[in-house]
Write a protein that binds this ligand. Structure first.
Ligand SMILES: NC(=O)C1=CN([C@@H]2O[C@H](COP(=O)(O)OP(=O)(O)OC[C@H]3O[C@@H](n4cnc5c(N)ncnc54)[C@H](O)[C@@H]3O)[C@@H](O)[C@H]2O)C=CC1
Ligand SMILES: O=C([O-])CC(=O)C(=O)O
Length: 334
């Protein structure tokens, strides 16, 4: 028999209940991401929405014996509103992926309106939710969501996140391959945005700051263009899905830990950031500590190398354009 006090303690720690919604849940990312969210014990209600197969994926996942309910929705019968109703965390991997030869920016024309419309529905049905944007181009889709939420009068910059975690995962993996270490021991802060030259790994802040120039340059290039490797290998059938699901589940898990009041939960993520606003860069990824209200603290970059300073300068120039493109889109197409 357990002593009474330990039984009581167990019930109170299991008290936090979170509804997580995945929009685009039947896609290449959506399916494994939904699976991983079903395995997260903080999630008590998982709502899966897609234009097709939302219910099928939900029924499949619902047979996994973790203590959460799973509901699946399609566009019929007000499914989007029901999926979003009172969600605590909304993950958005809806939209088209790249094919070889395309940049993430080439996805803008299709994905901008998808993300805008999903953000409108979130503004109405889950105005307090933390929104985690995966759909590309992240550098522009996050500003799109922010503009929509501003128009609806429910914008909370502490609750909007561009998911850049895959760049962090790749940095750990690729660095460990270069230096011959266990990737689980390698932590790399990646700042800027999520595409090509806007992805800036701060390798000077790791134990391996003295890599020979050739190796350093090749590593930075691999981190910045890691997505292309997958796009080319899949040869027209899409981009990263499984590693992205792991990245999305890690970020969502960290946001949930923050909401639950766990301390010292920090992730690099692309947010409405004060760091370079004075230079016109309204969104920027850097280390962010997460808390019960979402963003708790935005960390400055810290000491960086001359090479990193130069990369950040280039990243900011591109980010200003990417951000403006998202904002202008919503202004012209409200
Ligand atoms: N942030 C990041 O690091 C990464 C972002 N991505 C991006 O994630 C997005 C999704 O990629 P995949 O899952 O591979 O694509 P996919 O084509 O396999 O899946 C997308 C899903 O979204 C659904 N969808 C489309 N419009 C929708 C709408 N209005 N409402 C609800 N669902 C809708 C589709 O039915 C489909 O099931 C792409 O834009 C891709 O570029 C991909 C990898 C990494
Ligand atoms: O490369 C892409 O298009 C998908 C993506 O964002 C990534 O894998 O980092």
């Amino acid at each position: 028999m357990f002593p009474k006090s330990s039984v009581r303690q167990f019930s109170s720690s299991a008290a936090s209940a979170y509804k997580v919604t995945v929009l685009g849940a039947a896609g290449g990312i959506g399916q494994p991401l939904s699976l991983l969210m079903k395995l997260n014990h903080k999630v008590t209600n998982l709502a899966l929405y897609d234009l097709r197969l939302g219910k099928g994926v939900a029924t499949d996942i619902s047979h996994i014996p973790t203590n959460s309910t799973v509901e699946g929705y399609g566009p019929e019968d007000d499914g989007l509103a029901k999926a979003l109703k009172d969600a605590d965390v909304v993950l958005i991997p809806a939209g088209v992926p790249r094919k070889p030869g395309m940049t993430r920016d080439d996805l803008f024309n299709t994905n901008a309106s998808i993300v805008r419309d999903l953000a409108k529905a979130a503004a109405v049905n889950a105005p307090k939710a933390a929104l985690l944007i995966i759909s590309n181009p992240v550098n522009s889709t996050v500003p799109i969501v922010s503009e929509v939420l501003k128009e609806k009068g429910v914008y909370n910059p502490k609750k909007l996140f561009g998911v850049t975690t895959l760049d962090v995962l790749r940095s750990s993996r690729f660095l460990s391959q270069v230096v011959g270490t266990d990737p689980t021991t390698e932590t790399v802060t990646v700042v800027g945005g999520h595409s090509g030259v806007t992805i800036v790994p701060l390798l000077s802040q790791t134990k391996h700051k003295d890599l020979p120039k050739e190796k350093y340059d090749a590593l930075v290039h691999r981190i910045q263009f890691g997505g292309d490797e997958v796009v080319q290998a899949k040869n027209g059938a899409g981009s990263a899905t499984l590693s992205m699901a792991q990245a999305g589940a890690r970020m969502a898990g960290s946001v949930l830990k923050g909401l639950a009041g766990e301390t010292d939960i920090t992730e690099p993520t692309y947010i409405d950031s004060p760091l370079f606003k004075s230079e016109g860069v309204d969104f920027f990824s850097s280390r962010v500590t997460l808390g019960p209200e979402g963003v708790k603290e935005v960390h400055p970059l810290g000491t960086i190398s001359t090479a990193e300073e130069e990369m950040i300068k280039v990243a900011k120039e591109t980010l200003i354009k990417n951000i403006k493109k998202g904002v202008d889109f919503v202004k012209a197409n409200p």
